[in-house]
Design a protein around this ligand. Structure first.
Ligand code: UD1
Ligand code: CA
Length: 444
């Protein structure tokens, strides 16, 4: 790309009324992160000199989400041209190209944006280049009116006559403008129209009046889908998930039923990872090479170093770090804990705030009781330890290397290395008592 300067203006002041949400629309997540962050990542790849995000009142959370980009406030929602004008002061002294994007249209590709900017910089020096598209259902989009020498005008659906409404070429809202001339056009835009708003789209007509050519670059409908409702959010989520599944498979993971596996934007799967159906990766998950993940597992904020066998029905919560050759079986929950190489925790267990040494076996139904209602305490289990079934380890407690803890024990004190610890009622037996008992019941 040329060495001309580029400023990106992201419009995000809309309330998102149709979302019926207390959360600003652009903060609704796609694949586990706010949709506007997806857009900001694409923007960053353009290496712009400036980025300004236009937000509405009470949208401090949006400002935080887009930092370090500058945000400016549009106090009243008076239209898209009015919104862009709010960024002028933040761009004082800047006369490079302007790229206007919508915060609620987050799936634009880098290629499309690069094509748009390149067209703006072509020799005919167009004042405005609009990203147009031909949607299957053009419904209420603004229409692009083409003339002999390019784009003549954009007419909003509300203001269009019947002939103009027949035009299939629509305005996506994305446009590139010559920053040296655009502020003048933007200031001259009025609000004498059906919506009583200052339309950014009117910049085209004003540029043409000044003799500046305007142009259209054609985009793909699938990357121009915006979010106005929860249903449209779900459509985009499905599209993003499709991309993430392909990315995982390209990187060498087998997904047995890809459509049932849900990723976050940052999920990392290694080579020869096999994912059985119905698995969810919340944000912050790294799965190393050769990990087998059986069905119905849930991962969040955890690292599994392969090879390992996880699930079915395992839950790895934030801070779980799983060493190679570990087996975690059904209904095993691990939170903020390290599980050492070759350890096996196969059934119905809660491991929280614990260190488990290499080669240790944790029996069925073991619980680390890490919380007394006030503080969380640590359980430390050494190497090659055997914890019997249905043991409660009341933290803080330490089990030494090579120790054995008998089934059913409630362990409240440290256990020495290589010791046997038993903490349960002793068994008693009354010979013949059961037969006697039955007889007293049946003789009556
Ligand atoms: C706009 C275009 C229309 C195009 C359509 C594509 C105008 C006048 N119309 O219409 O030609 O086909 O997008 O989706 O530009 N926003 C602000 N402040 C405002 C108004 C809007 O920040 O005062 C933001 C919104 O948050 C949104 C974007 O600008 O992200 C578009 O606004 P919206 O009201 O959805 O525009 P449309 O009427 O759909
Ligand atoms: Ca819209």
């Amino acid at each position: 790309m040329s060495d001309r300067k580029l400023a990106v203006i992201v419009l995000a002041a809309g309330q998102g009324t149709r979302m019926k949400s207390d959360l600003p629309k652009v903060l609704h997540p796609l694949a586990g992160r706010p949709m506007v962050r997806h857009l900001m990542e694409t923007v960053a790849a353009l290496s712009p000199d400036r980025v300004v995000v236009v937000v509405g009142p009470g949208m401090e959370a949006v400002s935080q989400a887009v930092a370090p980009a500058v945000t400016v406030l549009q106090a009243e929602r008076n239209g898209t041209a009015h919104a862009v004008l709010q960024a002028q002061q933040a761009l004082a002294g800047y006369d490079g190209d302007l790229l206007v994007l919508y915060g609620d249209t987050p799936c634009l590709s880098l290629e499309t944006l690069s094509t748009l900017i390149a067209r703006r910089r072509a020799d005919d020096n167009p004042g405005v280049v609009v990203l147009g598209f031909e949607p299957v259902d053009p419904s209420r989009y603004g229409r692009l009116v083409m003339g002999a020498t390019g784009l003549d005008a954009i007419v909003e659906w509300k203001d269009a006559n019947d002939a103009q409404r027949q035009i299939r070429l629509c305005n996506s809202g994305v446009m590139a403008l010559d920053g040296a001339r655009a502020w003048d056009w933007l200031r001259r835009i009025g609000n004498d129209n059906a919506a009583g708003e200052f339309y950014l789209t009117d910049a085209v007509g004003l540029a043409r009046q000044d003799g500046a050519p305007c142009a259209v670059v054609l985009g793909r409908e699938d990357e121009l889908q915006g979010v106005n409702s929860r249903a449209e959010l779900a459509v985009l989520e499905a599209k993003v998930q499709l991309g993430l599944r392909l990315r995982a498979m390209d990187a060498g993971a087998t997904l047995i039923a890809p459509e049932t596996v849900f990723f976050s934007w940052d999920t990392k799967l290694g080579r020869d990872v096999v994912v059985w159906p119905n698995v969810i990766f919340a944000p912050g998950v790294q799965i190393g090479d050769g990990v087998a993940i059986k069905g119905f597992c849930h991962f969040e904020g955890c690292v599994v170093t392969g090879p390992a066998e996880i699930g079915p029905y395992a839950r790895l919560r934030p801070g779980a770090k799983i060493a190679p050759d570990v087996h975690l079986g059904n209904f095993v929950e691990v939170k903020n804990s390290q599980v050492g190489r070759g350890a096996k925790i196969n059934h119905l267990t809660y491991v929280g705030d614990a260190h488990i040494g290499a080669g240790t076996n944790v029996g069925a139904g073991v619980i680390t009781a890490n919380y007394d209602g006030f503080t969380k305490s640590v359980t430390t289990i050494g190497e090659k330890v055997s914890i019997g079934s249905n043991v409660v380890l009341v933290a803080p407690v330490t089990i030494g290397d090579g120790a054995i803890v008998g089934a059913g024990s409630v362990i409240t004190e440290d256990v020495a290395p290589d010791a046997l610890a038993l903490a349960r009622g002793r068994q008693s037996q009354k010979s013949g008592w059961a037969a006697f008992f039955r007889k007293t019941k049946t003789d009556k």
